[in-house]
Design a protein around this ligand. Sequence first.
Ligand code: 5RP
Length: 218
Amino acid sequence: MSTENKKQAAAEAALDYIQVGDVIGIGTGSTTNYFIDALAKIKGKIDGTVASSEASAKRLKHHGIHVLDLNSVPSLPIYIDGADEATQHRHLIKGGGGALTREKIVAGVSKKFVCIADDSKLVDILGTFPLPIEVIPMARSHVARQLVKHGGIPELREGFITDNGNLILDVHNMEILNPVEKERELNNIAGVVTVGIFALRPADVLILGKDSSLETIQ
Ligand code: 5RP
């Protein structure tokens, strides 16, 4: 099965977690796009969505799916999103698409986080995928220097501005042996908006598309 087919299979399996009347948190990326397209077929059953990016909001609206402001919603029963890396403990690296800040907010508001991915995303230790970190523009050099002290090699994502008007540093060479501790540590650098480690609020369910089946880790 191709990687795209695996992503699509994982995305369609996530429909099983949707209940009638839900307002659904929606992530960002190619796997989430498959989920949005699948959701369009059952859009009459849900009460709406909250999007984690302008790109996802646009795709949802294109399908005629209602997109709500997060501030108008007290809580979300469920959040569906992809990942760049995931472990058996459901700790993730996210932010390859640059939407990590809004993704972390929507995940934080949601009761259940269902992560969908193809099986190439499953790793023993996070950090082979360069860790995305959203930073306030004026703090870019300061944050980069601090990241070097943490053993990382930060690289500015050229020509990219987040939906929040900030920059992304992609940090290479960051072996993340203790994701919870590392997320806290890097979050504490002044000028960091969001670290792409999702360990303090991990996924609750990880659905992986495999060659001829799905693996669900929960
Ligand atoms: C966007 C993300 C995505 O979930 C992550 O990059 C995975 O993307 P894809 O589904 O295209 O592989 O975190 O900020």
